[in-house]
Design a protein around this ligand. Structure first.
Ligand SMILES: N[C@@H](CCC(=O)N[C@@H](CS)C(=O)NCC(=O)O)C(=O)O
Length: 221
């Protein structure tokens, strides 16, 4: 597919951010030309807290998408939906309204009910260091337990039916996070099966943290 851009896009990203990773997948699936600005995230002195980045996203979080000279969109669901509407091919939401709602339900389980509790630097920093892993594992397990039930009803080859959707763009990074926190994926066969399918897709592969320019050299592939 040819690049479909008519506007200049800059994604503020971080190699390890699963929220930015969702958006990177959407950009890749749709072959949308863009530049990356990488933001170094750290608890106390990260670039996400700098005045210049706070002027881009007052929440101090990635991702943010700059569009041309005047517009910035923050929050990954808003960015993904914008890209899906602005660059319709291939569509990442089904036509059928119920199917669309199913996709958005899965996105929200991950975006609202799992990721913020386990991956946001500012949240984990409020928990004693030795308790952070257990905390993260607890919330991922809770979310994945529900997600496994939902996927048993909704999924085909991918999260909803047999076509890649925004739900898949959210699932792949969340499975990576689960593995980094050593969550036992044994009880989640559907999640594992879909994740294996997603790993085969080049657009998903190219968005992987270990291929990002700001990934530490010892992890780069
Ligand atoms: N609701 C936001 C969450 C973004 C988010 O949590 N980003 C994390 C990285 S995955 C971040 O920038 N954390 C910096 C911090 O918490 O200070 C979205 O979906 O875009």
């Amino acid at each position: 597919m040819a690049d479909q851009n008519t506007e200049c896009l800059v994604l503020y990203s971080n190699w390890r951010s699963s929220s930015a990773w969702r958006v990177r997948i959407v950009l890749n699936v749709k072959n949308i030309l863009h530049d990356l600005k990488t933001i170094r995230i750290a608890i106390d002195d990260g670039e996400q807290l700098s005045a210049s980045f706070l002027s881009v996203n007052p929440m101090g979080r990635v991702p943010a998408l700059e569009i041309g000279c005047n517009d910035v969109i923050i929050e990954s669901p808003a960015i993904m939906e914008y890209l899906n509407e602005r660059y319709p091919l291939p569509p990442l939401l089904p036509v059928d309204l119920i199917e669309r709602a199913k996709v958005r339900s899965i996105c929200q389980i991950i975006i609202s009910d799992i990721q913020p509790l386990q991956n946001s630097t500012s949240v984990l920093s409020k928990i004693e260091e030795e308790k952070r892993q257990d905390w993260a594992r607890f919330w991922i397990n809770k979310g994945f337990t529900a997600l496994e039930v939902v996927l048993r009803k909704f999924s085909g080859r991918y999260c909803v039916g047999n076509t890649v959707t925004l739900a898949d763009c959210c699932l792949a990074p969340q499975v990576f996070n689960a593995k980094s926190f050593h969550v036992d994926l044994g009880p989640f066969p559907k999640i594992r099966q879909i994740s294996l399918e997603l790993e085969k897709i080049p657009a998903f592969q190219r968005a992987h943290p270990y291929l990002q320019p700001d990934c530490p050299e010892d992890l780069k592939v």
